[in-house]
Write a protein that binds this ligand. Structure first.
Ligand code: FE
Ligand code: CA
Length: 527
Protein backbone atom coordinates (compact mmCIF):
# COMPACT_ATOMS: atom_id res chain seq x y z
CA UNK A 1 0.00 0.00 0.00
CA UNK A 2 1.50 3.33 -0.99
CA UNK A 3 2.05 6.00 1.62
CA UNK A 4 -0.34 8.44 -0.07
CA UNK A 5 -3.06 5.81 -0.22
CA UNK A 6 -2.48 5.04 3.44
CA UNK A 7 -2.80 8.69 4.48
CA UNK A 8 -5.91 9.16 2.32
CA UNK A 9 -7.37 6.11 4.01
CA UNK A 10 -6.64 7.64 7.41
CA UNK A 11 -8.31 10.90 6.38
CA UNK A 12 -11.32 9.02 5.15
CA UNK A 13 -11.58 7.09 8.43
CA UNK A 14 -11.38 10.38 10.34
CA UNK A 15 -14.07 11.98 8.19
CA UNK A 16 -16.32 9.01 8.66
CA UNK A 17 -15.84 9.09 12.42
CA UNK A 18 -16.75 12.79 12.50
CA UNK A 19 -19.80 12.01 10.39
CA UNK A 20 -20.92 9.35 12.83
CA UNK A 21 -20.45 11.70 15.75
CA UNK A 22 -22.31 14.50 13.93
CA UNK A 23 -25.25 12.23 13.21
CA UNK A 24 -25.81 11.35 16.84
CA UNK A 25 -22.94 9.23 18.07
CA UNK A 26 -21.33 12.09 19.96
CA UNK A 27 -24.57 12.95 21.75
CA UNK A 28 -24.71 9.34 22.77
CA UNK A 29 -21.17 9.45 24.09
CA UNK A 30 -22.04 12.04 26.72
CA UNK A 31 -25.29 10.35 27.69
CA UNK A 32 -25.40 8.02 30.70
CA UNK A 33 -24.92 4.88 28.63
CA UNK A 34 -22.56 5.77 25.81
CA UNK A 35 -22.23 2.25 24.59
CA UNK A 36 -25.97 1.72 24.40
CA UNK A 37 -26.46 4.98 22.54
CA UNK A 38 -23.68 4.20 20.08
CA UNK A 39 -24.99 0.73 19.59
CA UNK A 40 -28.48 1.92 18.80
CA UNK A 41 -27.43 4.74 16.49
CA UNK A 42 -24.70 2.99 14.56
CA UNK A 43 -25.04 -0.76 14.75
CA UNK A 44 -27.03 -2.46 12.03
CA UNK A 45 -29.52 -4.94 13.37
CA UNK A 46 -28.54 -8.54 12.91
CA UNK A 47 -30.93 -11.07 11.42
CA UNK A 48 -29.11 -13.86 13.27
CA UNK A 49 -26.40 -14.20 15.92
CA UNK A 50 -23.25 -12.76 14.30
CA UNK A 51 -20.76 -14.94 16.23
CA UNK A 52 -20.88 -17.69 13.60
CA UNK A 53 -17.08 -18.04 13.48
CA UNK A 54 -16.60 -18.64 17.19
CA UNK A 55 -14.18 -17.00 19.60
CA UNK A 56 -10.46 -17.41 20.16
CA UNK A 57 -7.61 -16.18 22.31
CA UNK A 58 -3.87 -16.11 21.84
CA UNK A 59 -0.45 -14.54 22.29
CA UNK A 60 -0.77 -14.69 26.10
CA UNK A 61 1.70 -12.92 28.38
CA UNK A 62 1.88 -13.15 32.15
CA UNK A 63 -0.54 -10.22 32.56
CA UNK A 64 -2.47 -10.06 29.29
CA UNK A 65 -3.99 -12.04 26.45
CA UNK A 66 -5.53 -11.28 23.05
CA UNK A 67 -9.21 -12.07 22.58
CA UNK A 68 -10.60 -12.58 19.09
CA UNK A 69 -13.90 -12.87 17.29
CA UNK A 70 -15.36 -11.75 13.98
CA UNK A 71 -18.90 -10.62 13.25
CA UNK A 72 -20.43 -12.47 10.30
CA UNK A 73 -24.12 -13.19 9.79
CA UNK A 74 -23.43 -14.51 6.30
CA UNK A 75 -19.86 -15.84 6.55
CA UNK A 76 -19.55 -16.64 2.83
CA UNK A 77 -21.13 -13.45 1.42
CA UNK A 78 -19.74 -13.05 -2.10
CA UNK A 79 -18.14 -9.68 -1.30
CA UNK A 80 -16.23 -11.03 1.72
CA UNK A 81 -18.18 -8.71 4.06
CA UNK A 82 -19.63 -11.49 6.18
CA UNK A 83 -23.02 -9.89 5.52
CA UNK A 84 -22.28 -6.99 7.91
CA UNK A 85 -22.90 -3.40 6.74
CA UNK A 86 -19.67 -1.42 6.14
CA UNK A 87 -19.75 0.58 9.37
CA UNK A 88 -17.77 0.26 12.59
CA UNK A 89 -19.75 -1.80 15.08
CA UNK A 90 -19.20 -1.42 18.85
CA UNK A 91 -18.73 -4.78 20.56
CA UNK A 92 -18.72 -5.30 24.31
CA UNK A 93 -16.29 -7.78 25.85
CA UNK A 94 -16.17 -9.34 29.30
CA UNK A 95 -13.48 -11.32 31.12
CA UNK A 96 -14.41 -13.34 34.19
CA UNK A 97 -12.74 -15.68 36.66
CA UNK A 98 -15.50 -18.28 36.37
CA UNK A 99 -17.01 -20.25 33.51
CA UNK A 100 -20.49 -18.77 33.97
CA UNK A 101 -19.22 -15.21 33.64
CA UNK A 102 -20.49 -14.24 37.10
CA UNK A 103 -17.29 -12.67 38.41
CA UNK A 104 -16.37 -10.23 35.66
CA UNK A 105 -12.95 -8.71 36.37
CA UNK A 106 -12.35 -6.81 33.12
CA UNK A 107 -14.78 -5.40 30.56
CA UNK A 108 -14.80 -2.88 27.79
CA UNK A 109 -15.98 -1.91 24.36
CA UNK A 110 -14.10 -2.15 21.12
CA UNK A 111 -15.01 -1.65 17.48
CA UNK A 112 -15.38 -4.25 14.77
CA UNK A 113 -14.03 -2.38 11.75
CA UNK A 114 -15.13 -3.17 8.18
CA UNK A 115 -11.54 -2.51 7.07
CA UNK A 116 -10.66 -5.61 9.13
CA UNK A 117 -13.68 -7.71 8.09
CA UNK A 118 -15.42 -6.78 11.36
CA UNK A 119 -12.89 -8.82 13.26
CA UNK A 120 -12.32 -7.96 16.92
CA UNK A 121 -8.90 -8.01 18.59
CA UNK A 122 -8.93 -7.10 22.29
CA UNK A 123 -5.68 -6.80 24.26
CA UNK A 124 -6.84 -7.50 27.82
CA UNK A 125 -4.25 -6.33 30.31
CA UNK A 126 -3.86 -6.23 34.10
CA UNK A 127 -4.59 -9.93 34.45
CA UNK A 128 -3.09 -12.23 37.07
CA UNK A 129 -0.33 -14.63 35.96
CA UNK A 130 -0.72 -18.34 35.38
CA UNK A 131 -4.47 -18.59 35.73
CA UNK A 132 -7.60 -19.37 33.77
CA UNK A 133 -10.03 -16.71 32.59
CA UNK A 134 -13.29 -16.93 30.67
CA UNK A 135 -14.46 -14.38 28.12
CA UNK A 136 -17.50 -13.47 26.08
CA UNK A 137 -18.55 -10.84 23.55
CA UNK A 138 -21.89 -9.08 23.16
CA UNK A 139 -23.26 -6.95 20.36
CA UNK A 140 -26.77 -5.56 20.36
CA UNK A 141 -28.11 -8.21 22.70
CA UNK A 142 -26.47 -11.05 20.81
CA UNK A 143 -23.96 -13.06 22.87
CA UNK A 144 -20.96 -15.03 21.68
CA UNK A 145 -20.03 -18.45 22.98
CA UNK A 146 -17.92 -18.31 26.17
CA UNK A 147 -14.22 -18.89 25.61
CA UNK A 148 -11.56 -19.88 28.11
CA UNK A 149 -7.98 -18.67 28.18
CA UNK A 150 -4.91 -18.70 30.35
CA UNK A 151 -2.11 -16.29 31.14
CA UNK A 152 1.58 -17.27 31.12
CA UNK A 153 3.93 -17.23 34.10
CA UNK A 154 6.22 -14.20 34.55
CA UNK A 155 10.00 -14.04 34.23
CA UNK A 156 11.54 -14.96 37.57
CA UNK A 157 8.91 -17.55 38.50
CA UNK A 158 9.81 -21.23 38.50
CA UNK A 159 6.75 -23.21 37.40
CA UNK A 160 7.23 -26.95 37.68
CA UNK A 161 5.20 -27.92 34.63
CA UNK A 162 3.68 -26.85 31.33
CA UNK A 163 1.46 -28.99 29.14
CA UNK A 164 0.59 -27.97 25.60
CA UNK A 165 -0.28 -29.43 22.20
CA UNK A 166 0.98 -28.58 18.76
CA UNK A 167 -0.78 -29.08 15.44
CA UNK A 168 -0.56 -28.15 11.77
CA UNK A 169 -2.05 -28.69 8.31
CA UNK A 170 -5.83 -28.74 8.58
CA UNK A 171 -6.88 -29.05 4.94
CA UNK A 172 -10.65 -28.69 5.25
CA UNK A 173 -11.50 -30.69 2.13
CA UNK A 174 -9.38 -33.66 3.19
CA UNK A 175 -11.58 -34.58 6.11
CA UNK A 176 -13.15 -33.97 9.48
CA UNK A 177 -11.42 -32.33 12.43
CA UNK A 178 -11.70 -35.46 14.60
CA UNK A 179 -8.35 -34.61 16.15
CA UNK A 180 -9.67 -31.26 17.41
CA UNK A 181 -12.73 -32.94 18.89
CA UNK A 182 -10.30 -34.70 21.24
CA UNK A 183 -7.78 -31.89 21.63
CA UNK A 184 -10.54 -29.64 22.98
CA UNK A 185 -10.97 -32.12 25.85
CA UNK A 186 -7.27 -32.31 26.74
CA UNK A 187 -5.75 -30.77 29.82
CA UNK A 188 -3.52 -28.09 28.21
CA UNK A 189 -2.14 -24.66 29.03
CA UNK A 190 -1.62 -23.69 25.41
CA UNK A 191 -1.87 -24.76 21.76
CA UNK A 192 0.80 -24.08 19.14
CA UNK A 193 -0.32 -24.04 15.51
CA UNK A 194 2.63 -24.41 13.14
CA UNK A 195 1.17 -23.62 9.74
CA UNK A 196 -1.27 -24.48 6.95
CA UNK A 197 -4.30 -23.17 8.83
CA UNK A 198 -6.09 -22.85 5.47
CA UNK A 199 -5.32 -24.30 2.05
CA UNK A 200 -5.57 -22.03 -0.95
CA UNK A 201 -6.37 -24.55 -3.63
CA UNK A 202 -9.49 -24.76 -5.78
CA UNK A 203 -12.46 -27.08 -5.47
CA UNK A 204 -12.05 -30.87 -5.52
CA UNK A 205 -15.60 -32.26 -5.59
CA UNK A 206 -14.59 -35.83 -4.74
CA UNK A 207 -13.03 -34.98 -1.36
CA UNK A 208 -14.96 -35.57 1.91
CA UNK A 209 -15.73 -31.86 2.49
CA UNK A 210 -15.88 -28.83 0.19
CA UNK A 211 -14.66 -25.34 0.81
CA UNK A 212 -15.86 -22.36 -1.22
CA UNK A 213 -14.90 -21.42 -4.75
CA UNK A 214 -11.63 -21.26 -6.70
CA UNK A 215 -8.11 -20.44 -5.49
CA UNK A 216 -8.24 -17.11 -3.58
CA UNK A 217 -6.10 -14.17 -4.61
CA UNK A 218 -8.15 -11.22 -3.26
CA UNK A 219 -8.64 -10.28 0.36
CA UNK A 220 -12.38 -11.04 0.08
CA UNK A 221 -11.70 -14.54 -1.23
CA UNK A 222 -9.09 -15.23 1.47
CA UNK A 223 -11.57 -13.99 4.11
CA UNK A 224 -14.18 -16.43 2.88
CA UNK A 225 -11.69 -19.28 2.87
CA UNK A 226 -10.84 -18.53 6.52
CA UNK A 227 -14.56 -18.31 7.25
CA UNK A 228 -15.15 -21.82 5.89
CA UNK A 229 -12.47 -23.21 8.19
CA UNK A 230 -13.60 -21.17 11.19
CA UNK A 231 -17.15 -22.52 10.76
CA UNK A 232 -16.00 -25.97 11.93
CA UNK A 233 -17.41 -26.77 15.39
CA UNK A 234 -14.42 -28.85 16.52
CA UNK A 235 -11.94 -26.15 15.53
CA UNK A 236 -14.10 -23.54 17.29
CA UNK A 237 -14.20 -25.69 20.42
CA UNK A 238 -10.41 -25.97 20.55
CA UNK A 239 -9.97 -22.23 20.03
CA UNK A 240 -12.51 -21.60 22.80
CA UNK A 241 -10.70 -23.96 25.18
CA UNK A 242 -7.09 -22.67 25.10
CA UNK A 243 -4.96 -19.71 24.04
CA UNK A 244 -3.10 -20.36 20.77
CA UNK A 245 0.28 -19.28 19.43
CA UNK A 246 -0.05 -19.33 15.65
CA UNK A 247 2.40 -19.07 12.78
CA UNK A 248 1.64 -19.59 9.11
CA UNK A 249 3.46 -21.78 6.61
CA UNK A 250 2.87 -21.67 2.86
CA UNK A 251 -0.79 -22.53 2.20
CA UNK A 252 -2.15 -19.51 4.06
CA UNK A 253 -0.83 -17.67 0.99
CA UNK A 254 0.18 -20.08 -1.76
CA UNK A 255 1.92 -23.45 -2.04
CA UNK A 256 5.70 -23.22 -1.41
CA UNK A 257 5.94 -19.43 -1.68
CA UNK A 258 9.34 -18.07 -0.70
CA UNK A 259 9.88 -14.44 0.28
CA UNK A 260 8.65 -12.31 -2.65
CA UNK A 261 8.22 -15.32 -4.98
CA UNK A 262 5.19 -17.52 -5.59
CA UNK A 263 5.64 -21.20 -6.42
CA UNK A 264 6.02 -20.38 -10.12
CA UNK A 265 8.74 -17.83 -9.41
CA UNK A 266 6.62 -14.97 -10.80
CA UNK A 267 7.95 -11.43 -10.53
CA UNK A 268 7.56 -10.05 -6.97
CA UNK A 269 5.30 -7.23 -8.21
CA UNK A 270 2.81 -9.89 -9.29
CA UNK A 271 2.99 -11.93 -6.08
CA UNK A 272 3.32 -9.27 -3.36
CA UNK A 273 -0.24 -7.86 -3.74
CA UNK A 274 -1.56 -11.40 -3.31
CA UNK A 275 0.68 -11.90 -0.27
CA UNK A 276 -0.72 -8.66 1.18
CA UNK A 277 -4.31 -9.90 0.70
CA UNK A 278 -3.50 -13.25 2.31
CA UNK A 279 -1.72 -11.61 5.29
CA UNK A 280 -4.62 -9.19 5.82
CA UNK A 281 -7.14 -12.04 6.00
CA UNK A 282 -4.74 -14.08 8.16
CA UNK A 283 -4.42 -11.29 10.72
CA UNK A 284 -8.18 -10.72 10.68
CA UNK A 285 -8.83 -14.34 11.63
CA UNK A 286 -6.12 -14.93 14.24
CA UNK A 287 -5.76 -13.81 17.90
CA UNK A 288 -2.60 -11.86 17.07
CA UNK A 289 -1.27 -8.74 18.78
CA UNK A 290 -1.33 -5.30 17.14
CA UNK A 291 2.34 -5.58 16.17
CA UNK A 292 1.20 -8.26 13.69
CA UNK A 293 -1.16 -5.94 11.81
CA UNK A 294 0.11 -6.30 8.23
CA UNK A 295 1.71 -3.35 6.49
CA UNK A 296 0.89 -4.16 2.89
CA UNK A 297 2.83 -7.34 2.00
CA UNK A 298 4.73 -7.40 5.33
CA UNK A 299 3.70 -8.94 8.63
CA UNK A 300 5.62 -9.30 11.90
CA UNK A 301 5.06 -12.91 12.89
CA UNK A 302 8.23 -14.11 14.61
CA UNK A 303 7.95 -13.49 18.34
CA UNK A 304 8.89 -14.94 21.72
CA UNK A 305 6.89 -16.11 24.75
CA UNK A 306 8.35 -16.99 28.13
CA UNK A 307 6.81 -19.36 30.67
CA UNK A 308 8.79 -18.45 33.79
CA UNK A 309 12.19 -20.10 33.75
CA UNK A 310 10.72 -23.39 32.53
CA UNK A 311 10.18 -22.82 28.80
CA UNK A 312 10.69 -20.15 26.18
CA UNK A 313 8.85 -20.34 22.87
CA UNK A 314 10.54 -18.82 19.82
CA UNK A 315 7.81 -18.75 17.15
CA UNK A 316 9.52 -18.50 13.77
CA UNK A 317 8.58 -17.30 10.29
CA UNK A 318 10.58 -19.37 7.80
CA UNK A 319 8.56 -18.19 4.77
CA UNK A 320 8.61 -14.43 4.56
CA UNK A 321 12.36 -13.82 4.55
CA UNK A 322 13.70 -16.96 2.88
CA UNK A 323 15.66 -17.16 -0.33
CA UNK A 324 13.87 -18.86 -3.19
CA UNK A 325 14.04 -22.68 -3.11
CA UNK A 326 17.27 -24.07 -4.59
CA UNK A 327 17.48 -26.19 -7.73
CA UNK A 328 13.90 -25.50 -8.79
CA UNK A 329 12.29 -26.73 -5.52
CA UNK A 330 10.97 -30.30 -5.10
CA UNK A 331 13.49 -32.93 -3.97
CA UNK A 332 16.97 -33.02 -5.41
CA UNK A 333 20.15 -35.12 -5.37
CA UNK A 334 23.44 -33.24 -5.11
CA UNK A 335 22.04 -29.71 -5.29
CA UNK A 336 25.08 -27.49 -4.74
CA UNK A 337 22.97 -24.33 -4.49
CA UNK A 338 21.33 -25.69 -1.30
CA UNK A 339 24.77 -25.60 0.35
CA UNK A 340 25.52 -21.96 -0.57
CA UNK A 341 26.74 -20.36 2.69
CA UNK A 342 24.91 -17.13 1.87
CA UNK A 343 21.48 -18.75 1.76
CA UNK A 344 18.94 -18.10 4.50
CA UNK A 345 15.55 -19.51 5.51
CA UNK A 346 14.99 -16.99 8.34
CA UNK A 347 16.52 -13.79 6.97
CA UNK A 348 19.43 -12.13 8.77
CA UNK A 349 17.35 -10.07 11.20
CA UNK A 350 15.27 -13.01 12.47
CA UNK A 351 18.36 -15.21 12.72
CA UNK A 352 20.11 -12.64 14.91
CA UNK A 353 16.97 -12.19 16.99
CA UNK A 354 16.74 -15.96 17.51
CA UNK A 355 20.42 -16.47 18.34
CA UNK A 356 20.45 -13.48 20.70
CA UNK A 357 17.34 -14.86 22.43
CA UNK A 358 18.83 -18.33 22.77
CA UNK A 359 22.08 -16.94 24.20
CA UNK A 360 20.23 -14.82 26.77
CA UNK A 361 17.57 -17.38 27.64
CA UNK A 362 17.13 -18.33 31.30
CA UNK A 363 14.71 -21.13 30.37
CA UNK A 364 15.19 -24.80 31.04
CA UNK A 365 13.65 -25.70 27.65
CA UNK A 366 14.22 -23.57 24.55
CA UNK A 367 11.50 -24.24 22.01
CA UNK A 368 11.53 -23.33 18.32
CA UNK A 369 7.93 -23.42 17.03
CA UNK A 370 8.36 -23.42 13.27
CA UNK A 371 7.18 -24.66 9.92
CA UNK A 372 9.47 -27.00 7.98
CA UNK A 373 11.65 -30.07 8.65
CA UNK A 374 14.94 -29.07 10.29
CA UNK A 375 16.84 -32.37 10.59
CA UNK A 376 18.42 -33.76 7.44
CA UNK A 377 15.98 -36.09 5.71
CA UNK A 378 17.35 -38.30 2.94
CA UNK A 379 14.60 -39.96 0.89
CA UNK A 380 16.94 -42.02 -1.34
CA UNK A 381 17.95 -45.60 -0.58
CA UNK A 382 21.71 -46.04 -0.98
CA UNK A 383 24.64 -43.66 -0.78
CA UNK A 384 23.08 -40.75 -2.69
CA UNK A 385 21.08 -38.21 -0.72
CA UNK A 386 17.76 -36.92 -2.04
CA UNK A 387 16.70 -33.89 0.01
CA UNK A 388 13.66 -31.59 0.08
CA UNK A 389 14.48 -28.11 -1.15
CA UNK A 390 11.58 -26.53 0.77
CA UNK A 391 12.80 -27.59 4.25
CA UNK A 392 16.00 -26.65 6.13
CA UNK A 393 17.84 -29.15 3.87
CA UNK A 394 17.49 -26.54 1.13
CA UNK A 395 19.02 -23.93 3.45
CA UNK A 396 21.85 -25.89 5.06
CA UNK A 397 23.84 -22.77 5.99
CA UNK A 398 20.93 -21.41 8.08
CA UNK A 399 20.73 -24.72 9.94
CA UNK A 400 24.50 -24.81 10.45
CA UNK A 401 24.54 -21.27 11.86
CA UNK A 402 21.73 -21.96 14.34
CA UNK A 403 22.71 -25.47 15.44
CA UNK A 404 26.37 -24.38 15.44
CA UNK A 405 25.57 -21.63 17.95
CA UNK A 406 23.47 -24.02 20.05
CA UNK A 407 26.44 -26.37 20.15
CA UNK A 408 29.17 -23.79 20.72
CA UNK A 409 27.26 -21.89 23.41
CA UNK A 410 25.92 -25.06 25.07
CA UNK A 411 22.38 -23.73 24.85
CA UNK A 412 20.29 -25.88 27.10
CA UNK A 413 17.59 -28.23 25.84
CA UNK A 414 16.76 -26.90 22.38
CA UNK A 415 13.57 -28.56 21.13
CA UNK A 416 12.35 -27.85 17.61
CA UNK A 417 8.63 -28.32 16.88
CA UNK A 418 7.65 -28.67 13.24
CA UNK A 419 4.63 -29.10 10.96
CA UNK A 420 4.42 -29.16 7.15
CA UNK A 421 5.13 -32.77 6.19
CA UNK A 422 1.82 -34.39 7.24
CA UNK A 423 3.66 -37.01 9.23
CA UNK A 424 4.85 -37.70 12.75
CA UNK A 425 8.60 -37.87 13.18
CA UNK A 426 10.97 -37.80 16.14
CA UNK A 427 14.54 -36.85 15.30
CA UNK A 428 17.83 -36.01 16.97
CA UNK A 429 19.56 -32.86 15.76
CA UNK A 430 23.18 -33.81 15.08
CA UNK A 431 26.41 -31.85 14.92
CA UNK A 432 26.93 -33.72 11.62
CA UNK A 433 23.90 -35.49 10.18
CA UNK A 434 26.16 -37.64 7.97
CA UNK A 435 27.95 -39.00 11.03
CA UNK A 436 25.61 -40.90 13.37
CA UNK A 437 28.33 -40.93 16.04
CA UNK A 438 28.53 -37.11 16.11
CA UNK A 439 27.15 -35.21 19.03
CA UNK A 440 23.39 -34.80 19.50
CA UNK A 441 22.77 -31.12 20.19
CA UNK A 442 18.98 -30.86 20.19
CA UNK A 443 15.74 -32.66 19.46
CA UNK A 444 13.05 -32.23 16.81
CA UNK A 445 9.46 -33.34 17.15
CA UNK A 446 7.49 -33.18 13.90
CA UNK A 447 3.72 -33.29 14.27
CA UNK A 448 1.38 -34.90 11.76
CA UNK A 449 -1.47 -33.05 10.10
CA UNK A 450 -4.96 -32.58 11.48
CA UNK A 451 -6.44 -33.78 8.13
CA UNK A 452 -4.04 -33.08 5.23
CA UNK A 453 -3.21 -36.22 3.26
CA UNK A 454 -6.35 -38.12 4.32
CA UNK A 455 -6.50 -41.09 6.66
CA UNK A 456 -2.75 -41.90 6.61
CA UNK A 457 -1.00 -45.06 7.82
CA UNK A 458 0.87 -46.33 10.85
CA UNK A 459 3.81 -47.40 8.68
CA UNK A 460 3.83 -45.40 5.43
CA UNK A 461 5.41 -46.95 2.32
CA UNK A 462 8.68 -45.01 2.59
CA UNK A 463 9.08 -45.27 6.38
CA UNK A 464 11.66 -48.07 6.40
CA UNK A 465 13.81 -46.23 3.81
CA UNK A 466 13.61 -43.01 5.83
CA UNK A 467 14.59 -44.77 9.06
CA UNK A 468 17.45 -46.64 7.37
CA UNK A 469 18.86 -43.61 5.53
CA UNK A 470 18.54 -41.26 8.51
CA UNK A 471 19.72 -42.94 11.73
CA UNK A 472 18.93 -39.74 13.67
CA UNK A 473 15.22 -40.20 12.80
CA UNK A 474 13.66 -42.57 15.35
CA UNK A 475 9.98 -42.56 14.39
CA UNK A 476 7.86 -42.13 11.25
CA UNK A 477 4.07 -42.39 11.08
CA UNK A 478 1.41 -40.72 8.93
CA UNK A 479 -1.74 -41.19 10.96
CA UNK A 480 -3.55 -37.89 11.60
CA UNK A 481 -3.62 -36.17 14.97
CA UNK A 482 -1.53 -33.89 17.18
CA UNK A 483 1.29 -34.01 19.72
CA UNK A 484 0.89 -33.28 23.45
CA UNK A 485 4.03 -32.04 25.19
CA UNK A 486 4.21 -32.50 28.95
CA UNK A 487 7.23 -30.62 30.23
CA UNK A 488 8.73 -30.52 33.71
CA UNK A 489 12.10 -29.24 34.91
CA UNK A 490 13.46 -32.78 34.73
CA UNK A 491 12.10 -34.07 31.41
CA UNK A 492 10.20 -33.35 28.22
CA UNK A 493 7.64 -35.87 27.05
CA UNK A 494 6.01 -35.79 23.59
CA UNK A 495 2.91 -37.92 23.22
CA UNK A 496 1.81 -38.67 19.64
CA UNK A 497 -1.99 -38.72 19.56
CA UNK A 498 -3.55 -40.29 16.48
CA UNK A 499 -7.03 -40.89 15.04
CA UNK A 500 -7.73 -43.92 12.81
CA UNK A 501 -9.58 -41.87 10.15
CA UNK A 502 -10.55 -38.35 9.07
CA UNK A 503 -12.66 -39.17 6.00
CA UNK A 504 -15.68 -39.58 8.28
CA UNK A 505 -16.55 -37.81 11.52
CA UNK A 506 -16.36 -39.30 14.99
CA UNK A 507 -13.02 -41.12 15.21
CA UNK A 508 -11.60 -42.21 18.59
CA UNK A 509 -8.19 -41.01 19.78
CA UNK A 510 -5.21 -43.14 20.79
CA UNK A 511 -1.64 -42.57 21.91
CA UNK A 512 0.62 -44.04 19.24
CA UNK A 513 3.87 -43.57 21.17
CA UNK A 514 5.73 -41.32 23.61
CA UNK A 515 9.26 -39.94 23.44
CA UNK A 516 11.13 -38.43 26.37
CA UNK A 517 14.08 -36.05 26.48
CA UNK A 518 15.90 -35.65 29.79
CA UNK A 519 17.13 -32.30 31.07
CA UNK A 520 20.63 -31.44 29.83
CA UNK A 521 20.79 -34.68 27.86
CA UNK A 522 19.65 -34.17 24.26
CA UNK A 523 18.46 -37.32 22.54
CA UNK A 524 15.32 -39.42 22.38
CA UNK A 525 14.03 -42.19 24.60
CA UNK A 526 10.93 -44.05 23.39
CA UNK A 527 8.65 -45.22 26.19
FE1 FE B 1 0.34 -28.83 4.87
CA1 CA C 1 20.59 -42.19 0.66
Amino acid sequence: MSQSFRSRLEEWKLDRRQFLYATGGLAGLVATSPLQALTEKVTPSFSTNPFTLGVASGDPLADSVMLWTRLAVEPLAADGSGGIDPVRVPVQWYVATDDRMRHVVRRGVTFADPDFAHSVHVDVDRLAPGRWYWYQFQVRGEWSPIGRTRTLVPHGDSPHRIRFAFASCQHFEMGFYNAYQHMAQENLDLVLFLGDYIYEDGVSPTLPRQHDGPEPTTVGAYRNRHAVYKSDANLQATHAAFPWLVVFDDHEVENNWAGPFDENGSAPELFLPRRASAFQAYYEHMPLRARSIPRGPDIQLFRRFTFGDLAEFNMLDTRQYRDNQACGDGTDIGCAEALDPNRTITGAEQEQWLLRGLRRSQARWNVLGQQVFMAQRDFEAGPLKRLSMDGWDGYAASRDRILGTVNARHIRNVVVLTGDVHANYAAELKANFDDPTSETIGTEFVGTSITSGGDGADLPANALTLLAENPHIKFVNTQRGYVVCDVTRRRWQSEYKVVPFVTAPGAPIATRTRFTVLDDEPGLHEE
